[in-house]
Design a protein around this ligand. Structure first.
Ligand SMILES: [Zn+2]
Length: 826
């Protein structure tokens, strides 16, 4: 039955008590995920997929991280290390997968998986310097400033990710300790934390001339990991370190550049308690806010909570997509100006949606207010779940709200990718999904909160009395929830049920979205058949009574399809509507709708009362779809009534690449029969190359003919045949001086003499001078097959032309099938 962690962590709890002062904590305690038995048809298959596919697949894909650590271990053991390449954060992705695997172990023993983590623990222990330092690239001496990691340890904390990586290690170590009671990784984590404390806050003669570094991590994560380390060990030092890292942020160091070196990028523009708006890189931001909630709560300092309330209001009122996506703009992967919420162009990194869930769940525990759960639920069921396919092996990094089925928005592809060069997003899915059952129930000494609805079972102790709780429901696909309350003896307590925001006036909290239709269907609640008035306090209805075995609570949350309008300040959604059902945002996909979804519009509000809901099943799972009627423009610009099939946003792109729309126009003039038929200015004014093979043309790389494979059999190509081993360049001149956002190169490779280049890079022309192109921090010059290899500048850069410089392999020529560039909107 339900496994308890109590036995495993008892010694540490005793230690925590011995260490002294009682820990302040959140007023509510969540029931840990491993004490919730999830039987839901919606969630259980995902947990099975997690164990069968996603985590094993993610371990395979993070093998380079293992090799990276092995090199450091071998180096420290005095062995010769060959072909070891510097990488700033590849270890962190492995750590996150380990964390996810450890959660699976907490749910159920698995000797093979446990042996795998034991093996990894040996490697990680071996890769740690004797003084506690853990960062392979510097340990082996391959780390360098040009890789954004500084030339030696802690000399470029703003971008090196040295502290970020170990933060993820701590979370993995704690999860594994809680699963198995094994301390090896936890010891590595503590040794690392104590080393960081010496170097950053005390002074260590080996670093920074012995002076404490006193600089906050450029990518937050360590702060919240330190809080967890404090919780599990009971040692005040770690909480104190987390507090110090928050306190010095925006004070002891403020970068003075642009783009990734701007003060706002990593939220270093102001002391954290004085921050007013969500700015900068969205993943960094949400991890920061999560840590602030933890530290503010555990230390009792109210400044954090006041700042978080302001920032939360700013996000939900001005900077969140209806899918719960955060960080709308490319370039900084972060928050743009208020109300800047584009659809096709939305960035919405998966990790930022994960961070949105982590942040909002903490805010709920702090304020006991359901609106935070409502945001967490919207983010989880829409943006987060969209990020992985039902099969569990293809991912979104970028999560737009519109797609044309061709434009490669997701790091080089127009659909999901099996993995990424920067793999933070899929590894975040590995660790978040097993934790979801832990958001279902929470309690304090007297009150029991039902927070997420899902078919599940748990037991909660209230005042020494065991309360058995069993939910029967098909939520989130259906709004009927039946809850059986079984106290082991009659017991008086308060049961609080969340009435989601979506069941009221708007889809989610904040001022951005509101329903424009009305519904007669009302939320209903009964206890043992007797009606209970639905009076809300902080989004919960409370039932205070003497509970006895077999009491049955019946909650009905009607789920008609609703029509949403967006705040008029959001330009992208003016004169448009989106449809939602329950907690789900609906979208249309081209493959259900006989062509581009951009051709549909609703001149009148849709007849959603007629919407038919049915289940669609594919090999990897099933999801609900809604059928209704819309209008559509035809090829000859006429208007016709047309059936429209809608899919929950989370399930899109599970059946192949096609167009997708969330926000439908009301105005037929905004509808487009086929976005690919629109006349397009050619991307480049002129293309030239160092050498072009007689049978090929350099104009091939800008002809708009999309390759499907790197072999490029069906599309024109540029190659440097027969010049084997000779450096080459291709130059693309723009129509005007443009603000460059990204460049994507589709490399060619065949069975003859054209191979991917050994190395490549980009130069930009400014005022007639060629200059190197400084890569965005998480980018690399990749050579991936069957997709665009996309790079971004560190900050948007104005230029007239770009050059792709290529160094072929000794025995090969190079070739390009297509190149795309994107510019910032002027
Ligand atoms: Zn990510």
């Amino acid at each position: 039955m339900l496994r308890s962690r109590a036995v495993q962590i008892l010694p540490l709890i005793i230690l925590a008590l011995l260490v002294g002062r009682a820990m302040a904590d959140y007023p509510l305690r969540p029931v840990p995920f491993n004490e919730v038995e999830m039987t839901s048809d919606f969630w259980r298959p995902r947990l099975v997929t997690q164990r069968k596919t996603l985590v094993p697949f993610a371990f395979e894909r993070t093998q380079p991280g293992v090799e990276h650590l092995q090199a450091a271990r071998d180096f420290l053991a005095g062995k010769k290390v060959q072909d070891h390449r510097a990488h700033r954060f590849i270890d962190s992705d492995l750590y996150k997968v380990m964390e996810g695997a450890a959660y699976l172990l907490q749910l159920r023993g698995d000797p093979e998986l446990e042996a795998k983590i034991d093996e990894l623990a040996d490697v990680i222990e071996g890769a740690q310097d004797s003084n506690g330092y853990l960062y392979p690239s510097h340990t082996t001496g391959v780390g360098q400033t040009r890789n954004m990691m500084g030339d030696s340890p802690y000399t470029f904390v703003v971008h090196s990710h040295e502290l970020y990586n170990v933060g993820h290690l701590y979370e993995a170590a704690i999860a594994y300790y809680q699963a198995t009671g094994k301390k090896k990784l936890l010891d590595v984590a503590e040794k690392s934390a104590q080393h960081i404390n010496r170097v950053f806050f005390v002074g260590d003669p080996e670093y920074n001339g012995g002076k404490p570094i006193q600089q906050a991590p450029g990518h937050q994560e360590l702060e919240l990991a330190l809080v967890k380390l404090h919780r599990v060990t009971g040692k005040p030092l770690y909480l104190d370190m987390a507090r110090k890292f928050l306190e010095i942020r925006g004070i002891s160091y403020v970068p003075e550049g642009e783009g990734v070196m701007s003060p706002t990028y990593a939220q270093q523009h102001a002391p954290v308690t004085q921050q007013k708006e969500a700015v900068g890189h969205a993943v960094r931001a949400t991890y920061l806010y999560s840590a602030m909630a933890d530290v503010g709560t555990l230390t009792g300092e109210s400044g954090y909570s006041e700042a978080l309330d302001r920032i939360w209001g700013n996000i939900t009122n001005t900077r969140m997509h209806i899918t719960g996506g955060l960080g709308a703009v490319h370039g900084i992967e972060g928050f743009g100006p208020q109300y800047e919420l584009p659809n096709a162009d939305a960035f919405n990194e998966t990790c930022a949606a994960v961070g949105n869930v982590l942040f909002n769940y903490r805010m709920f525990l702090l304020h006991k207010d359901a609106r935070y759960l409502d945001v967490a639920e919207v983010a989880l069921l829409n943006n987060v779940l969209a990020a992985v396919n039902l099969e569990g092996n293809r991912f979104f990094y970028v999560n737009p709200l519109e797609a044309d089925g061709k434009h490669p928005f997701n790091h080089g592809t127009a659909g999901r990718a099996p993995w990424f060069g920067t793999a933070c997003c899929p590894s975040n899915m590995a660790r978040l999904l097993p934790q979801v059952p832990g958001m279902t129930y929470a309690h304090d000494d007297r009150d029991v909160y039902i927070t997420f609805y899902a078919e599940s079972h748990t037991e909660i102790m209230i005042d020494g009395v065991k309360i058995d709780l069993r939910q029967q429901t098909a939520y989130p696909n259906d709004g009927e929830v039946s809850l059986v309350v079984n106290p082991e003896q009659q017991k008086e307590f308060r049961l609080l049920l969340r009435i989601p925001t979506w069941a009221g006036e708007r889809f989610c909290p904040g001022e951005l979205y509101r329903y424009v239709d009305s519904t007669e269907e009302k939320v209903q609640l009964t206890v043992n058949g007797k009606v209970v008035p639905v009076q809300l306090n902080k989004g919960f209805v409370a039932i205070d009574r003497q509970w006895k075995a077999g009491d049955r609570v019946q909650l009905t949350l009607p789920m008609p399809v609703r029509i949403n309008e967006c705040h008029p300040a959001v330009r992208a959604n003016q004169n448009r509507i989106a449809l939602t059902r329950g907690p789900f945002v609906l979208c249309a996909e081209g493959l259900d709708n006989k062509g581009a979804t951009q051709r549909f519009f609703f001149a009148n509000d849709p007849q959603v009362l007629d919407a038919v809901v049915s289940t669609t099943t594919i090999d990897a799972g099933s999801f609900l779809q809604v059928r209704t009627t819309a209008q559509a423009v035809t090829a000859d610009k006429a208007v016709e009534n047309a059936p429209l099939v809608l899919t929950p946003y989370y399930a899109w792109n599970n059946r192949g690449v096609s167009s997708m729309t969330v926000w439908f126009p009301r105005d037929p003039d905004l509808a487009v029969f086929d976005p690919h038929l629109l006349p397009k200015e050619s991307l480049f004014a002129k293309l030239t190359a160092s050498h072009t093979f007689a049978d090929d043309t350099v104009n091939a790389i800008g002809d708009g003919k999309e390759p499907r494979y790197s072999s490029g059999k069906k599309v024109p190509r540029w190659t440097s045949r027969p010049q084997k081993g000779k450096p080459q360049w291709v130059e693309a001149r723009f129509h005007a001086n443009k603000n460059l956002r990204s460049v994507g190169v589709y490399w060619m490779q065949d069975r003859l003499d054209v191979k991917f280049p050994a190395e490549w890079s980009i130069e930009v022309e400014q005022n007639g001078q060629w200059k190197p192109f400084e890569l965005y921090v998480t980018d690399r010059y990749d050579r991936r097959a069957n997709q665009y290899n996309v790079v971004h500048p560190a900050a948007p850069i104005r230029c007239d032309a770009i050059r792709v410089q290529m160094t072929p392999r000794d025995d090969a020529c190079v070739g390009i099938l297509e190149m795309i560039v994107e510019f910032e909107k002027e």
